[in-house]
Write a protein that binds this ligand. Structure first.
Ligand code: HEC
Ligand code: HEC
Length: 149
């Protein structure tokens, strides 16, 4: 790489970083301004709602929000609390929605006998619902034909 190109690249990267930083300063995530590798505490202001009817989804591909508390629900290598109610074996007895069939496919679309590893950590996608003000303004509107109620 020529020296001038190198300097150019470094400058562009720094500008990109600055722009990212500017964005990061506008949007305050719930974990505060902690770097990702630092421990964060659950924000004090957050009040989890009591169990209630699910808020309807805005579009079909949206992971439904969790309409109940999940405090203390452990998910680790050996145990997944969510599956004790949401697995196909247990959902009926628990009166819970069974996990989606999509959760059994790996990313090559092979259908597995058990939940796909990429879907194992449920709270990666399913978060408890809460009546919080949006972090950023959003004017999203779903296509009416595939709107989910
Ligand atoms: C003790 C049983 C139980 C456990 C454990 C449990 N759930 Fe549920 N869950 C339910 C029931 C019952 C419903 C249905 C509530 C309703 O429709 O009003 C539900 C609903 C949901 C829904 C909404 C589904 C939809 O179609 O709207 C999601 C998402 C969900 N749970 C995620 C989770 C996650 C993630 C965990 C683990 C962190 C978990 N649940 C653990 C019983 C449980
Ligand atoms: C990578 C993201 C992701 C993970 C991880 C994940 N889900 Fe989902 N889930 C989704 C999406 C997206 C949908 C809606 C579209 C679909 O059905 O695939 C969904 C749908 C659901 C539904 C509704 C099914 C229905 O018939 O309406 C339930 C219940 C559910 N998930 C439970 C779980 C549980 C329990 C886990 C953990 C064992 C889990 N999910 C892990 C993304 C995820």
């Amino acid at each position: 790489m020529k020296r001038s190109t190198l300097i150019g690249t470094v400058m562009m990267l720094s500008l990109g970083l600055l722009a990212n930083q500017a964005l990061a300063e506008q949007v305050h995530s719930l974990r505060g301004d902690n770097p990702l590798d630092a421990q964060s505490k659950e924000p004090k202001s957050m009040k989890w709602q009591d169990d209630r009817d699910p808020i309807s989804r805005d579009y079909v591909q949206q992971p439904p929000l969790t309409p109940h508390k999940t405090k203390g629900y452990k998910i680790n290598k050996n145990f997944n609390k969510c599956l004790t109610c949401h697995s196909w074996a247990n959902y009926k007895e628990a009166g819970a929605t069974k996990i989606s069939q999509t959760h059994f496919s790996d990313r090559e679309n092979n259908v597995l006998a058990n939940i796909a590893p990429r879907r194992y950590f449920c709270d990666q996608c399913h978060v408890p619902q809460v009546n919080a003000p949006p972090l950023v303004e959003n004017t999203f509107n779903p296509l009416q034909t595939i709107k989910r109620h």
